[in-house]
Design a protein around this ligand. Structure first.
Ligand SMILES: *[C@@H]1O[C@H](CO)[C@@H](O)[C@H](O)[C@H]1NC(C)=O
Ligand SMILES: [Cu+2]
Length: 526
């Protein structure tokens, strides 16, 4: 208890040492694929936001637990825009992306794989398609850009790349403690199927782990004393793409695995709810209720740290069915087959960074305000691999209420019914404090929308196409720019984060303290 109080005190005294971050979801051409859908992240809510423990760990590839895939693989078009999102609190994007005290470069890697579901991720075959370190003219790190872009990092898949399954891996390298031997990486993997007839492939690939090592200048860099203008991004440079001559070895361009299962009427991450059996008598009605709660249980037990919002929606269906049975309405299910998952809208993903040092050319950002149809492709149920997505979850489902006419209920072993799924939020480790940067952040926080829009005009200067990847890519669409100063109200985000933290630490002290200790175990590199 004493230790716990000390931990609490330590964190309270260092309010800037807040949540780290976790890659929770991605967008394809601006359309959200859903929280956790086709995304490998740590399955442990309390530690999902921790940096990878070691640069030489297998977790460097797709995060803790990431050698195992999830069941879904999202189709993406040739040259598609992928946008990865980071969150300080995995299940609540409104609470900010990462504490401002993280400074460092970012990168995106791809790996061509036989199966995006089954590939281990860790190992050979990775190539970089984007990186961005420190911009000498703006004095801003990649992390500054991501933070000011609502935690979103966008990159175009190189046009003409060979089709097939890929793992797409964003990476943030935070250097605030690199000089003390603690470079902190954040990563995760999106499972995608590239629909392309292209024949380009990387000239060289690297291994992850292995691409980053403790010996590299860029992982030992002292951001407080070095001239950051000369910062060398560690790892390979952006891959040169070459045409494959052997057309026979080029993959087919039709997806066979990981599509949304047929009959999926509700989703939560990689879980899909199927309509309950139809019924026309009382026994059938209660059977349908049982079926519904059984699915609910699977939903909750498979929910990643992004939470169980979709499971809650499903629960309301179960409750509704129960009401029907209790009310003597034995023909159903009502509104049979109605899809409960909300249609995803296209968003403006904001800034699309150029590779520092030249590399890929940006392709246009998706239009704002345009609503796209949700992905309609489905696969047959047989190809669904729910086994791949089983993991721990901390959210607690509503307990299936007892029905009136049959005895044994599909009860929920773990769950007291009351709590609404709380933020299984990455919480700060007590051993991380961010030294104040030598120069304070520019406090341009109150910049209004119009000023930002003026800045856009100065923004995009696409790097010349030094790789053959996107020879004919059009000029980037102007996106909300974050050239100097900040795009969002940074102060506000930090204040909000602090408030949230304190609330979590005090109001739910037992659980929060437990999570600190868990995090200490998970973050051995103090
Ligand atoms: C660095 O910032 C300058 C000034 O805003 C901008 O023109 C340039 O494109 C940026 N470089 C990269 C690689 O983003
Ligand atoms: Cu951190």
């Amino acid at each position: 208890m004493k230790t716990q109080l000390m931990l609490l005190a330590a964190v309270a005294a260092a309010p800037s040492a807040l949540a780290h971050t976790v890659f929770t979801n991605f967008y394809v051409d601006g359309v959200s694929q859903g929280d956790g859908v086709a995304m490998r992240m740590s399955p442990y809510p309390e530690t999902a936001g921790s940096p990878i423990a070691r640069l030489d760990s297998k977790d460097m590839a797709c995060n803790v637990g990431g050698t195992k895939g999830v069941s879904r693989v999202q189709p993406v078009g040739d040259g598609a825009l992928l946008t990865f999102e980071i969150r300080g609190w995995a299940n609540d994007p409104s609470k900010g992306s990462i504490d401002r005290g993280h400074y460092g470069p970012c990168a995106v890697y791809l790996k061509k794989v036989e199966s995006a579901v089954n590939d281990e991720g860790a190992g050979e075959g990775w190539f970089k398609i984007f990186d961005h370190g420190y911009n000498a003219s703006t004095k801003r790190w990649c992390t500054d850009e991501i933070i000011d872009n609502n935690g979103r990092l966008s990159v175009n898949v190189p046009k003409g790349l060979e089709g097939g399954d890929y793992l797409a891996r964003p990476e943030i390298l935070a250097l605030h403690a690199a000089n003390a031997g603690d470079p902190q990486t954040y990563t995760g993997c999106a499972q995608i199927f590239l629909e392309s007839n292209g024949n380009l492939s990387p000239e060289k690939t690297v291994s992850i782990p292995g691409a980053l090592t403790y010996e590299q200048e860029g992982t030992k860099w002292n951001i407080y004393t070095e001239n950051n203008d000369n910062y060398p991004i560690p790892g390979p440079s952006v891959a040169k793409l070459v045409a494959k001559s052997n057309m026979a070895s080029i993959s087919s361009s039709s997806q066979s695995q990981g599509l949304k299962p047929e009959g999926c009427i509700a989703e939560n991450a990689n879980w899909c709810g199927k309509e309950v059996p139809s019924y026309s008598d009382e026994a059938g009605c209660w059977n349908a209720v049982d079926d519904c709660w059984a699915q609910s249980k699977v939903c909750w037990s498979s929910a990643p740290p992004t939470g169980g919002a979709g499971c809650k929606v499903w629960e309301s269906k179960c409750t509704g069915l129960q009401d029907q049975c209790n009310g003597g309405s034995f023909n159903g299910p009502p509104k049979k087959g109605t899809v409960l998952t909300l249609e995803q809208k296209s968003i403006d993903v904001g800034q699309i960074m150029a590779t520092v040092g030249g590399g890929m050319v940006d392709a246009p950002a998706p239009k704002t305000s345009e609503t796209k149809k949700p992905e309609t492709k489905t696969e047959t149920p047989a190809q669904h691999t729910p086994a791949a997505e089983q993991n721990d979850n901390d959210d607690e489902p509503i307990q299936a209420p007892a029905k009136t006419t049959t005895p044994a209920v599909a009860s929920n072993p773990s769950a007291p019914a009351s709590k609404s799924s709380p933020a299984p939020a990455p919480k700060p480790t007590a051993d991380n404090s961010y030294p104040a940067p030598p120069t304070a952040d520019k406090e341009a926080d109150d910049k209004d929308e119009e000023e930002e829009e003026e800045q856009e005009e100065e923004e995009d200067t696409p790097a010349p196409a030094t790789t053959s990847a996107t020879p004919s890519a059009p000029k980037p669409t102007k996106a909300p720019a974050c050239v100097s100063g900040t795009c969002v109200t940074v102060t506000e985000i930090e204040v909000v984060t602090q408030t949230v933290y304190v609330t979590a630490g005090v109001g739910r002290s037992k659980r929060s303290l437990g999570s600190f200790q868990a995090r200490r175990r998970w973050a051995p590199r103090a």
